[in-house]
Design a protein around this ligand. Structure first.
Ligand SMILES: [Zn+2]
Length: 462
């Protein structure tokens, strides 16, 4: 029985149902779970370990709902810098076809470290290429060493160019191989219990790279084992045209046809979704991973997040793959969510509207998306808020950073409104992964050198 007392924080943002914020607060943790949350003076004063966070804000650990860790190797590739989604993919597919298991391992450590340094304690990742003997296991091994929780999505592509799909035939697999490996991964790794560090998700890549049979087969297999389903959806207008042409449906209609609706399904992007389709999400419980930077980077469009929230759709935040962001800073992404939602309101006439029900996204709403929203999207009740019984996952930021000077009238809003910083502490299940804004589980400089070596090799032979 190991205990940790965290005390004297300027404010603890609980993100509980009452959205309580506790001044001069702290946490009492036992064996990786929260036992008490409250004012420092009301907590037990004796513990195996004591962390004094005077001058810090404590927030629940952030939850990332969409990423492709391996893409940290192909950030800012010159030929893919100024392309839309389909052209960006066509440029990068041949490079990704050269990935090795070591590339997958190193890039996952880089992405998971970046996430941890931005306050993230649980990440979903979507790996959908397995060239040269690569396996999802390579990423799982890497993230275990880093120490954050992982929802590892077994991605897949089965619709190559010769069958009318977008990716070259060299990076697609046959349905049987994909489903067999998916089943192996679930049986070997999936842990659905409270406090789970690893869950498996089935994640055919997108409507334009996967056959209808694989979408249906994945849904059947996922439900047999009670694992979640994830894919890219309604990201661009190109995709909408593709779906109408090939399947006779808009993307959401196609998902309904292949039985991909329910509270065990979440979609990345969901930019081109109309009000009727929003009702489908709300009624069936489909979640959305909002990836604002990627949507701006690839000129994809602006997702209707305020409409989703008004309709009761679960929305989380995703930094998306590092080739379309090109970073993994979750706090920055939460800020981007707020700013982009406000821009959308501006474009559609907010300043001229007399509708009192029409509101701008607030900083606290953005923090909610990054915590409770993400937890709901991943189907987790044990993370996303600081409450007794939940996982002891939190992040803490020193409010004495230059970036917050003059913003301490409201420190909670300041972490979103002000320039995003590296967090000072990230703690997962009571274990410190980030301390004084440095990783404790990996040597960052060695990792950067390794990573650059792998990235250079990947592009060198082109
Ligand atoms: Zn993506």
């Amino acid at each position: 029985m190991k205990t940790l007392l965290v005390k004297n924080a300027t404010v603890v943002v609980t993100m509980n149902d009452r959205r309580q914020e506790i001044p001069d607060g702290g946490l009492f943790i036992r064996d990786g779970f929260i036992e008490q949350v409250g004012p420092s003076k009301e907590l037990p004063q004796v513990a195996d370990e004591i962390l004094d966070l005077t001058g810090h804000i404590i927030l629940p650990g952030f939850v990332n709902t969409h990423h492709h860790f391996y893409q940290t190797l192909t950030r800012a590739v010159p030929a893919a810098q100024d392309a839309n989604l389909f052209n960006w993919l066509k440029t990068l597919y041949p490079i990704w076809a050269r990935l090795t298991p070591q590339d997958i391992f190193t890039s996952a450590q880089t992405a998971a470290s970046e996430l941890a340094l931005s306050g993230c304690t649980t990440a979903s990742d979507h790996l959908y290429l397995f060239p040269n003997g690569s396996r999802l296991d390579d990423e799982i091994d890497a993230v275990r060493e880093i120490g954050i929780r992982l929802h590892a999505s077994r991605g897949s592509m089965s619709l190559g160019e010769s069958s009318g799909g977008l990716p070259p035939d060299s990076v697609v697999d046959d349905e049987e191989t994909i489903l067999k490996d998916s089943q192996r991964l679930i049986q070997e790794y999936h842990d659905p219990n409270p406090g789970s560090f690893l869950q498996i998700v089935l994640a055919p890549c997108s409507p334009f790279s996967v056959s209808k049979e694989l979408m249906k087969g994945s849904a059947v297999l996922a439900r047999q084992y009670g694992v979640h389903l994830h894919t890219h959806l309604a990201e661009t207008e190109d995709e909408e045209e593709f779906c109408l042409h090939l399947f006779g449906h808009r993307p959401v209609g196609y998902m309904q046809e292949v039985d991909w609706v329910g509270n065990d399904v979440w979609f990345a992007h969901a930019v081109y979704v109309n009000p009727e389709e929003t009702k489908v999400f709300a009624k069936t419980g489909c979640g959305v991973a909002h990836c604002p930077t990627s949507n701006m980077r690839l000129a994809s469009g602006i997702a209707p997040i305020m409409e989703y929230l008004a309709a009761g759709v679960n929305v989380g935040i995703g930094v998306d793959g590092s080739a379309s962001n090109d970073g993994s800073h979750l706090l920055a992404e939460a800020r981007q969510s707020m700013l982009l939602a406000r821009l959308k309101e501006g474009i559609t006439g907010f300043s001229l509207s007399n509708d009192p029900g029409r509101k701008l996204m607030t900083a606290r709403q953005a923090l909610w998306l990054a915590t409770r929203g993400g937890a709901a999207v991943l189907g987790r009740k044990d993370i996303g808020s600081l409450e007794p019984g939940n996982c002891a996952d939190f992040t803490a930021i020193d409010l004495n950073h230059l970036e917050y000077a003059g913003a301490l009238h409201d420190p909670v809003a300041a972490v979103i409104f002000a320039q995003p910083v590296k967090v000072d502490y990230t703690v997962v299940a009571g274990k410190t992964v980030v301390k004084n804004a440095m990783m404790t589980t990996v040597d960052e400089q060695v990792l950067v050198q390794n990573h650059n070596r792998h990235a250079h090799k990947l592009l060198a032979a082109l």
